[in-house]
Design a protein around this ligand. Structure first.
Ligand code: LRH
Ligand code: MN
Length: 429
């Protein structure tokens, strides 16, 4: 029997700080009611919010230079699910897990699905992987996968994606995320037009295999591993491909996949306008695809993204149901602590965006009152919503202070006992 944090322990931890929370909550309720906002409504909304965890995020990540694994690293997908279950037990906002194949391949989908269900988890979109050569693979992806010149390589990559759909289907997932590293390192190396045509041909074959209630997400990325050109390098390539491939092909925005200072919230507004906003990989970055903790570098940008999502939800285009997922690499922190902190940062930006006085914002916009339009956003951004998020968690059986409860539980030390030193890495290397 693997160690789980005792719900009674969490309740005892909460009791110690509940009085302080109650008074902070009532004080905030007063501030918000003077603004015509009902704190109970916001607390319900925060409770209903959900963001999925990346299975690869509970293992220590690394770079091409090195990876420094921590104690109690997950050894396999069942350990990863256990850790995701602990994050959801404390936050109550991370019921979904996004798996990556072949990293999370299992021969017993039923057992995995049952293990997830026992932990109150379900499987969000699955991720294919044609950016690495798996053991025993017939053809290498050195010169591309879905866009490779060799039709056998393309067929192998398409077959892998269809395999991911079948495994995901057995696990109850309803989506496939396709990110490929295909591109070139030298001018002239790749025929830029031909590569896109091969991409569209391969994606059509994957789309044809999609169950009728599934979506496929195209994830664009400016560079890396290719350093001169990437086949699906930006939102423009992604939306045109998605429009060409089909109705249930949508665009996924990984916040770290853009050049520094790109206006990502405007990309969100554009993708939504054309009915192609499929989902997100939340993280943060300062330079490249750093996969740092969400909101750790530029929390205001994350808030502005959620502000556009609130606008989109208020103006739905054939339904508004984007998939929210975290995609981070935890190289120097306890991965569980990073995801606890990131889930809080993401939910906080969602709650702050719900606090924007949209009538005041739109009124100021239509009056070209620049300062008051900006202030409508800033007033919401400046609200410390921590009491709302803590109350939402406590009322849902989670932890008032997720990091304090996690550390006090000794979960990591217990897992270090249970999971004697492992060889294989569970995080991104
Ligand atoms: C590519 C990416 C993609 C995943 C990988 C782990 O940079 O964001 O979403 O497949 O990271
Ligand atoms: Mn990603």
């Amino acid at each position: 029997m693997t160690y789980r944090i005792d719900p009674q322990f969490i309740a005892e931890q909460n009791t110690r700080a509940h009085q302080q929370l109650q008074s902070d909550y009532e004080a905030l309720a007063g501030v918000l009611s003077r603004r015509g906002c009902d704190i109970e409504t916001l607390t319900r909304q925060a409770q209903a919010f959900a963001v999925a965890l990346p299975s690869w995020g509970v293992g220590t990540g690394g770079t091409r230079f090195a990876r420094f694994p921590g104690h109690g690293e997950p050894r396999n997908v069942f350990d990863k699910i256990d850790d995701c279950g602990t994050i959801h037990q404390l936050t109550r906002v991370t019921p979904g897990v996004s798996l990556h194949f072949p990293w999370d391949r299992t021969t017993d989908a039923r057992a995995l699905r049952e293990a997830a269900t026992r932990l109150g988890l379900h499987f969000d979109a699955v991720n294919s992987n044609t950016f690495q050569d798996a053991a025993g693979q017939a053809h290498s992806y050195k010169f591309g996968s879905l866009t490779a010149l060799d039709p056998e390589v393309r067929a192998q990559a398409v077959a892998h994606n269809i395999d991911c759909i079948e495994l995901g289907h057995a696990l109850g997932s309803k989506g496939l995320t396709v990110w490929i590293g295909d591109g070139a390192n030298f001018p002239g190396q790749s025929n830029l037009r031909g590569a896109l045509e091969r991409y569209l041909e391969s994606m059509r074959a994957i789309y044809a295999a999609l169950p009728s209630d599934w979506l496929v997400f195209i994830e664009h990325k400016m560079f890396e591993p290719a350093f001169y050109s990437t086949v699906i390098s930006d939102w423009g390539s992604s939306i045109l491909a998605a429009q060409t491939i089909g109705e249930r092909c949508k665009c996924l925005v990984d916040l770290g996949h853009h050049a520094p200072n790109v206006n990502i919230e405007q990309i969100v507004a554009r993708l939504h306008r054309f009915g192609k906003l499929g989902g997100f990989h939340f993280n943060d970055s300062k330079y490249g695809d750093d996969d740092l903790d969400s909101g750790s570098i530029n929390p205001h940008q994350l808030f502005l993204v959620f502000n556009e999502l609130a606008e989109a939800e208020a103006n739905p285009r054939d339904g508004f149901n984007p998939s929210y997922m975290i995609d981070q690499s935890h190289n120097v922190t306890d991965p569980i602590e990073s995801m606890l902190s990131s889930a809080e940062a993401i939910t906080a930006c969602f709650a702050k965006a719900s606090l924007v006085d949209r009538a005041a914002l739109h009124g100021a916009q239509e009056a070209n009152d620049t300062m008051m339009a900006f202030q409508a956003l800033r007033r919401a951004y400046n609200v410390d919503v921590a009491p709302i998020l803590a109350m939402a968690r406590v009322e849902a059986g989670g932890a008032l202070d997720v990091l304090a409860a996690y550390r006090a539980s000794g979960y990591r030390a217990r897992k270090a006992q249970e999971r004697k030193a492992v060889g294989l890495g569970a995080g991104i290397v």
